[in-house]
Design a protein around this ligand. Structure first.
Ligand code: PMP
Length: 357
């Protein structure tokens, strides 16, 4: 099938086949990666290679640490204020459900403020970034780079001066080039563009990691301990990290992030191009803020939406139903979705529009 799920999501078939080949015997060691100690030489090689490949792909500067953490993206909603607030305030730009949740959690952990929001417009756009009122004692400015549910992305970043910018890149991770040095911290759950659920990757500038574990911070959310222990303070999700590493190799073989970014834009342009001329299907997002990863669209009629989803299912297109809070459809077109999948979806859209338009 062509799997348009928002996450966990489609993975490159080559990666799955390679993992299947190595399932019972990883490189002659006689066991599966699932069975080996996280303290073994084999696993040290796996996690170190994964980190280096990610560094190469994203051009991560040397003064940033890469942390493999647990608890998904959601644990970072707590970890960020716990590690970075340091007596200051977290300034949040709320562009959708995920940044809203992050802001709410930060307010539970310490002081947090919403400095811009597009909620009044149903999160169909990125909030206005001109005249942002950043607090004098802001410890960071937070945004969700790509809102998975409503399908918005920042094509430009806010100016925050010396205040570090923190971004959730769960659904835009490695989708196109991004200048890491513009951020103090980037993080994302891997289960959309990188691997199976179970890991959140945190890319954080050295000087933002507290020197000592702050009082009251659970050790499992502590950046200092995680960094000092090379993400091996406790048992990590070894198998997930192994698959992530394979996806990084796959991305390199595809020509790296510039090449993948061009492909992603081509896929998104094909879909939006059709949606812009369709009389039946409509996008829900302001044009300049459209995500290239998650494309929500609607007919405006719940019965028609349901009929369309069924027509997709019959054509081998699955997980196209929109998020329950938005309705309609959502096509998540992550790195591993081939252009053939998008073309197959367009074929169903065209024939459905001919018969129902
Ligand atoms: N941020 C974004 C942008 C997401 O899409 C999601 C999950 N869909 C999360 C955070 C939460 O991540 P998790 O489910 O890994 O906790």
């Amino acid at each position: 099938v062509f799997n348009f799920s928002a996450g966990p999501a489609v993975l490159p078939e080559d990666v799955l086949r390679e993992a299947a080949d190595e399932m019972l015997d990883y490189k002659g060691c006689g066991m599966s990666v699932m069975e080996m100690s996280h303290r073994s030489g084999e696993f040290a090689q796996i996690i170190q290679t994964a980190e280096q490949d990610l560094r190469d792909l994203m051009g991560i500067p040397g003064n940033y640490r890469v942390l493999f953490m647990q608890g998904g993206g959601t644990a970072q909603f707590s970890a960020i204020p716990l590690n970075l607030l340091n007596g200051g305030v977290g300034d949040y730009i709320v562009s959708g459900s995920w940044s809203k949740k992050a802001a709410k959690e930060a307010a539970r952990m310490g002081r947090a403020r919403v400095i811009a929001s597009s909620e009044d417009d149903g999160f169909n756009r990125i909030p206005d970034l001109e005249n942002l009122h950043i607090d004098e004692d802001a410890s960071y400015v937070y945004l969700c780079h790509n809102e998975t549910i409503t399908g918005t992305v920042y094509h430009e970043l806010p100016e925050t001066g010396d205040v570090p910018l923190v971004a959730d890149i769960s659904s835009s991770f490695l989708s196109e080039p991004i200048d890491v040095s513009r951020f103090g911290l980037l993080f994302g759950g891997v289960q959309k563009n990188i691997g199976p659920a179970g890991v959140a990757i945190v890319i954080v500038r050295d000087d933002l990691i507290p020197e000592k574990t702050p009082d009251g911070v659970p050790i499992i959310l502590d950046y200092r301990t995680t960094a000092d222990k090379g993400s091996l303070y406790n048992t990590p999700p070894c198998y997930t990290i192994y698959i992530c590493g394979k996806v990084f190799k796959w991305l390199k073989a595809q020509g790296g992030i510039e090449a993948i970014g061009r492909r992603n834009h081509a896929k998104a342009d094909a879909l939006y191009g059709y949606l812009d001329k369709s009389d039946l299907f409509k996008t829900t997002v302001r044009k300049q803020d459209r995500s290239i990863m998650n494309v929500p669209f609607v007919t405006g009629d719940a019965d028609l939406d349901a009929a369309f989803i069924e027509a997709c299912r019959q054509a081998g297109i699955v997980n196209i139903k929109g998020h329950r809070s938005v309705g309609g459809m959502r096509a998540s077109i992550y790195n591993a979705m081939p252009i053939e999948g998008v073309n197959a979806l367009l074929d169903v859209m065209e024939s459905f529009e001919r018969s129902h338009g």
